[in-house]
Design a protein. Sequence first.
Length: 216
Amino acid sequence: MKVLVAGANGQIGKQLISYIQESESLEAKAMIRKEEQASYFKELGAETAIVDLEDDIDTIAKAAEGMDAVVFTAGSGPNTGPDKTILIDLDGAVKTIEAAKKAGVKRFVMVSSFDTTREAILNADSSFAPYVAAKHYADVWLRDTDLDYTIVHPGKLTNDEGTGQVEAAEKVERGEVPREDIASVLKAVLENDSTIGKEFQVVGGSTPVQEAVKSL
Ligand code: NAP
């Protein structure tokens, strides 16, 4: 299965690409925005495509051509303003979904936020609310497609070493989770078609990742 990763140069993205390249059944194409980011992925034997999420749908669709799945794990991050939240976390995600449709890629895995319900937007403080709203509408857009989607809602991400164990369900108690474990969850999602049409929250826990994902 050939997987295009949008946000490949991110912390989850890099880990995911390395897990994909270790796997026998998966093959990664890293979507990055700068040529100088390519060497890390080339060393792992992964293809690269230089695309900025502020580019148009056709440019993203070209990168998605010939792929079997797309994972969206890009994000504008906490150091930019609401303008980039709209352009990357919302419009970048929607354009990537539309690009997958255009390129005929059916499988789409979204890295969302822990809680993207309307209540979560209302309950978020004013600096966080635009991000939650952006993630809310990106999720809504994806659910309304006929793509084979999975929406992953991670808890607060940490850079702790992965434990290989998580708690995953439609609703779990809010908690932290290492980025490394989210990368494992994403790989497991790609390997398990039983996750198609599902969405789940995931935090640190005591169930091995494969088992947790299979039991969803
Ligand atoms: P990260 O390290 O900040 O990575 C984000 C990636 O998005 C970076 O590689 C960045 O590219 C890329 N990006 C930003 N703007 C772009 C653009 N215009 N064009 C192309 N790529 C662009 O994030 P992470 O820690 O791996 O997290 C990934 C996801 O988890 C995000 O979607 C985030 O919203 C979500 N999330 C975060 C938390 C949390 O607790 N922080 C919780 C739940 C979900 P460059 O490398 O070129 O800068």
